[in-house]
Ligand binder design. Sequence first.
Ligand SMILES: Cc1ncc(COP(=O)(O)O)c(C=O)c1O
Length: 202
Amino acid sequence: MNRPPVTRALFDEVMVPNYAPAAIVPVRGEGSCLWDQEGRDYIDFAGGIAVTVLGHAHPKLVAALTEQAQKLWHVSNVLVNEPALQLARRLCELTFAERVFFANSGAEANEAALKLARKYAADHAGPDKREIIAFTPSFHGRTLFTVTVGGQTKYTEGFEPLPPGITHVPFNDLPAFAAAISDRTCAVIVEPVLGESGVVSA
Ligand SMILES: Cc1ncc(COP(=O)(O)O)c(C=O)c1O
C-alpha cells in the first residue's frame, strides 16, 4: 500500500507536542552532514545532543549494528546480554568505575544517579540525609524526579505533587550554594555547561 509522504506539519497533528522540532524532515545523514526530503544539505551542529558523536551512518557502527541485528535483538533483563557484558567489562577496565548501569536515556541515567545517592545515604547515614541540591535553571531529563531537580516550573507545572527533598540555588551562585549545604545533603547535581538559558559554564 502506498502511503502519502510525511511532512513536518504531520508532527503537529499526530505527535505529543513535548518538543518543538525544526521545520525540516531529515532523511539521510553522513558524518556531520544531513539531507532533508528535498535533498538540501545541512551541517548537523546538534549531533543528537551528543548522542551521535561518531557522526551519522559511521561505517563501523553500521557494520556492528547490522551484525548484531542479524544475530540477536533483545532478551530483556531476565537474560544476560553478551555485547553488553563485553562493553561493561571494557568500561570498568578503562575508567574509575567498578560496575556499570546501562540506561536508555539521559533522564534514566540521572534518575538512577539520584536514586543511588539517596540509597547510599539511607544505607550509610540514616533516613535524614535525603536532600539533593540542584541549580536553576537546569535540565536533567523529563521523568518526574529529574524534571523536578531541573527546577524549571515550565516543565513541572501540572505534574504536582512533585518529589520533595530538593533544594534549588541559582547557577554559579557559590555563596547560596555554600549556605544550602547541610548535614541533610546527600547529593549535588550540576551541569558542567548550562544549556537551557544560553551556554554558561560552571
Ligand atoms: C543536560 C541534559 N541532561 C539530561 C538530558 C536528558 O536526556 P534524555 O533526553 O536522553 O533523557 C538532556 C537532554 O537533552 C540534557 O541536555
